[in-house]
Design a binder for this molecule. Structure first.
Ligand code: ADP
Ligand code: ZN
Length: 724
């Protein structure tokens, strides 16, 4: 069964391998055992029941407290052609009837419903007629009064669970506190079941705390380098949300507000706009975020101090569910601390003590000079292994003095002059870095003397520089078009009479041209941004036609891989992350057409994908054939062993199989793998000729036990390949 699960992962979802614990949990569920799963947001909980659901004959029920989440999940599943439905109060009577009919006919694999719907007698009656193989309780912490989101209806699920004695019960949550975990176990009677708890160290989140001196400017600086990226900005109060919203709007950002003071209609509309990428940024109070499943939130800013570590962690957890690097910035000020103290002082007794404890933990985190992951993990009962994570401000702070940035500033300013003071920072950066972007070539900017003189700095560094030049009044920005123009003061920098100093923000800048983020892959750092934009636009168009969020079609990760590998036929496309057979059929051609045209216009060739992933996903060809063909193509045995993560002797076995089937192997590649001298090799071959090559023991004896079996196995293969 687990083999089938793996296959579903590859061919239906288009993913290469399981994430930590997924395989174990799925195995358990398939055996109809109960399990408790605790994984951080973005850990991949959904697949733990979605894959078994595909393999079971019967139905998988998923209890979920949030209607928006249900809808999102069902939409995503339908994009994979997996029959899923939900039942809740938002359905029209007609839709409700249709879904019920579908369930009765046994055509749905997954049913999502809210606890109150499940508790209704008519739902329970309906479900009692059906074969239910898995009973999943999502957001299982809602069962506990100790959690941050207690829901009394959840308590009654214990009763309902008895309706499905043959089903596996799977409880899932991202809440890490031991108290809540214990509650879930007790209430759902999971004491004897396995608990799967994964690490809460979200490695792809870059954590940064900055002193709040000029928050509006700090936020604008931060956003300047993040055009088109989705992000959430949390503020303490509604008023603060409204103010910041207006400020950002004025600066031309695509943004909407969200707080409890807005009508439900407006709130829903703004949330929807965010999910569907109609806007990039949402400025919100803590009211925002529950039920947001958007995987590509690239940043979370805390404009004000969060309530406590737990809510902070939950809020930043909304960033980077897709596993790509995402940035979390918290602006920290003394006066915010005072505000929280004021609220705490209005509480009494135990409640007050708990709140004080929370504040202490939070301050401990904020004021920490060591790796931020240490206090954070400690709070959740984990120890952070290792000294430095390389993904927080404290790990990356270089004790840099203010640097002399005159030369770099001169380059930037003169490029602004050469291009006629008509362009924004991104274009200037493209010219400086010698980009082949269409816009650069069309304008003939590749012929300017400043073209390509700035390759020693990363894109981010240049953009950051331009921002600093604006702040230091060397440049001014046209409010309407965003084009940059020189000020009088800039002339003296250009003619060398004035020097420019500044501090480079190392946490966003790159070191030696490489991003320090350890989780960033080559794909993430070097994908083709221009192609990515074109694919993104197409994705948005397709999503709008279907009325679904763009990420349901393909996540950003897929678009990045597409604009890195440039696949141009179905064979290569199927190996891209997130592309399974269904999506290949639905969208393959549309996206490949764009890629093909782009490659033709820009004279780009498809990039070969690593052998490992090609091999893993293609199920048609047997492994020993794939390995042997790669070997005949010139790959060494050692290389293949590494590629497949096996010992060399295993590769030899595969090669021998291939040979035994009547195929040929190149002999020089085999000899290469042997560490025997040429003389010794000849004596082994002579011995094989004498006593026969099939069995190794006689050869071993014949040679007076002077050559080990590993070497003999290599020479045996050589002998057989040569004597074909
Ligand atoms: P959670 O519910 O734990 O917050 P999700 O189930 O929504 O997390 O998964 C987060 C993201 O990771 C989704 O976009 C999902 O498709 C993706 N994902 C899950 N499992 C894998 C996997 N094994 N390989 C690649 N991507 C995965
Ligand atoms: Zn760190």
């Amino acid at each position: 069964m687990i083999r089938q699960a793996k296959k579903a992962l590859n061919t239906v979802f288009g993913y290469e391998s399981f994430r930590p614990l997924q395989e174990e949990v799925i195995g358990e569920v398939l055996k109809k055992n109960d399990a408790l799963v605790i994984m951080p947001t973005g850990g991949g909980k959904s697949l733990c029941y979605q894959i078994p659901a595909l393999l079971f004959d019967g139905l998988t029920i998923v209890v979920s407290p949030l209607i928006s989440l249900m809808k999102d999940q069902v939409e995503q599943l339908r994009e994979f052609d997996i029959p899923a439905v939900f039942l809740n109060s938002t359905l029209s009577p007609e839709e409700y009837r249709q879904n019920i009919a579908l369930l009765r006919r046994g055509e749905a694999k997954l049913l999502y419903l809210a606890p109150e719907t499940l508790l209704m007698p008519r739902t329970r009656n309906l479900l009692s007629e059906l074969k239910v193989d898995c009973f999943t309780i999502d957001e299982a912490h809602c069962i506990s009064e100790w959690g941050h989101d207690f829901r009394p209806e959840y308590r009654q699920l214990t009763e309902v669970r008895k309706d499905f004695p043959d089903a596996a019960c799977l409880a899932l949550t991202a809440t890490a506190t031991p108290r809540v975990q214990k509650d879930i176990k007790n209430i759902l009677k999971l004491e004897d079941s396995e608990a799967y708890i994964s690490s809460f160290g979200r490695k792809n989140l870059f954590l940064k705390v900055a002193d709040k001196d000029n928050p509006q400017d700090q936020v604008l600086d931060f956003l300047y380098r993040r055009k088109n990226q989705s992000g959430i900005i949390y503020c303490f109060s509604r008023r603060q949300v409204d103010e910041l919203y207006v400020d950002l709007k004025k600066e031309g950002h695509s943004v909407k507000p969200y707080h409890a003071g807005l009508s439900e209609r407006v709130r829903n509309r703004n949330q929807e706009a965010f999910i569907k990428d109609d806007i990039s940024i949402i400025v919100a109070t803590v009211a925002f975020g529950m039920g947001i499943n958007k995987p590509d939130v690239r940043f979370v800013i805390h404009h004000d101090m969060p309530q406590n570590i737990e809510s902070y962690y939950q809020q930043i957890g909304r960033a980077g569910r897709d596993g790509l690097r995402s940035d979390c910035l918290l602006l920290f000020s003394y006066s915010d601390t005072q505000k929280i103290r004021y609220f705490i002082n209005q509480k009494e007794g135990e409640e007050k003590q708990v709140a004080e404890q929370h504040l202490r933990s939070l301050l401990n985190y904020l004021e920490s000079g060591e790796c931020r992951r240490k206090p954070l993990m400690k709070y959740f009962g984990e120890t952070y292994a290792g000294d430095e994570c390389g993904m927080c401000d404290n790990c990356l702070t270089v004790d840099a003095d203010v640097e002399d940035l005159t030369v770099q500033s001169q380059k930037f300013l003169s490029c602004v002059v050469r291009t006629g003071e008509k362009f924004g920072g991104t274009h200037i950066t493209d010219v400086l870095r010698g980009s082949k972007a269409r816009k650069v070539l069309d304008k003939g900017h590749d012929e300017l003397s400043t073209y390509g003189i700035g390759t020693d700095w990363s894109r981010n560094q240049w953009i950051q520089r331009s921002r600093l030049l604006i702040r230091q009044s060397y440049l001014k920005k046209d409010k309407q078009y965003g084009s940059l123009m020189l000020t009088e003061q800039a002339r003296s920098v250009l003619d060398g009479t004035e020097k420019v100093f500044g501090l480079l923000d190392r946490t966003t800048a790159t070191v030696d041209g490489k991003t320090p983020a350890r989780t960033s892959s080559d794909v993430e750092n070097n994908y083709d941004e221009n192609l990515f934009e074109q694919l993104r636009e197409k994705r948005k168009e397709l999503a709008d036609e279907r009325g679904i969020p763009p990420y349901t079609i393909f996540p950003d990760t897929t678009l990045m891989e597409l604009s890195y590998y440039y696949p141009q036929d179905a064979d290569s496309m199927i190996h891209i992350y997130g592309v399974g057979s269904v999506k290949l059929k639905k969208y393959g051609d549309t996206f490949m057409n764009i890629i093909r045209t782009y490659c033709q216009e820009n004279n780009i060739e498809e990039r070969r994908q690593p052998l490992k992933r090609r091999a893993k996903k293609s199920s048609k060809t047997a492994k020993h054939v794939r390995i042997s063909e790669a070997f005949n193509d010139g790959q060494s045995i050692a290389h293949l062993a590494e590629e497949y993560g096996v010992k060399e002797v295993t590769i030899l076995k595969h090669l021998k199989n291939y040979l035994d089937e009547g195929n040929e192997l190149r002999t020089e590649g085999i000899a290469e793998a042997s560490s025997l001298s040429a003389r010794k090799r000849d004596s082994v071959l002579a011995s094989m000729k004498k006593v026969g090559p099939e069995l190794l023991k006689p050869v071993y004896e014949d040679l007076g036990k002077s050559v080990g079996y590993d070497e003999l196995r290599i020479m045996q293969l050589y002998y057989l390949a040569e004597n074909k």
